[in-house]
Design a protein around this ligand. Structure first.
Ligand code: PCA
Length: 211
């Protein structure tokens, strides 16, 4: 039986909601299998989030890990391809930590690639009519840190692992033109989970950018 771990985040930076955590709750409530889906909402703290994710991976031994978070400046679902070994926080996390130029994991590689089929995921989300693209930077805040540490853990555990950034939900930011309906965000995450479970070889098409 395939086990999938899907995570979102709590609110941060003074906001009262985080669409990633809300969307993960919607996916969990509607899940009908056949895979086992384990979901969690992580704290937006460098230390707490990475530790909680490592605990969840040790407890459930997932075959697939899909971590998700908010990228409020983006208009599309971003399927992240690259995690960098860098914590460089422009704002403090929810515990007040604001590391600058610190590695996520000392003495680990500079970066990892996601081990999910990122192009197939972006294609399948777009095919459902939801804007989606492959992204080559998950930033340098808590999301990238969780993405990197999950891939570092996965290197020894063997789980296929990736990260999806979502825009603001229209219900939370009605004036924000780049937002998407929360139901579409949840649908996109469910597609990400299903494609991750079923596709092991990514598409041989370009998802590159010129700048
Ligand atoms: N987004 C932040 C951290 C938590 C979240 O949902 C990020 O992109 O790092």
């Amino acid at each position: 039986m395939t086990t999938i771990l899907l995570t979102g985040f709590e609110p941060f930076g003074g906001d009262s909601v985080n669409p990633s955590g809300e969307a993960v709750g919607i996916v969990a409530a509607g899940w009908r299998g056949p895979e086992t889906l384990v979901t969690a909402v992580l704290p937006v703290t460098f230390d707490g989030a990475a530790a909680r994710l490592a605990e969840l991976m040790a407890e459930h031994s997932p075959d697939v890990v899909v971590a998700t978070g908010l990228a409020g400046d983006r208009a599309a679902i971003s399927v992240e391809r690259v995690a960098v070994n860098l914590r460089d926080a422009r704002i403090a996390d929810n515990a007040g930590a604001q590391p600058v130029d610190a590695p996520s994991v000392p003495d680990a590689p500079t970066a990892y690639f996601a081990t999910l089929p990122v192009k197939a995921i972006a294609r399948d989300i777009a095919a459902a009519g939801i804007p989606s693209s492959v992204s080559h930077s998950a930033g340098t805040f808590v999301c990238n840190h969780v993405f990197f540490t999950a891939l570092h853990e996965s290197a020894t555990r063997g789980a296929r692992t990736g990260f999806v950034h979502v825009p603001w939900a229209a219900e939370h930011r009605s004036t924000d033109a780049s937002s998407l309906p929360l139901a579409d965000i949840a649908r996109a995450l469910e597609i990400a989970v299903r494609t991750s479970a079923s596709v092991t070889r990514d598409l041989a098409v370009s998802a590159g950018t010129l700048s």
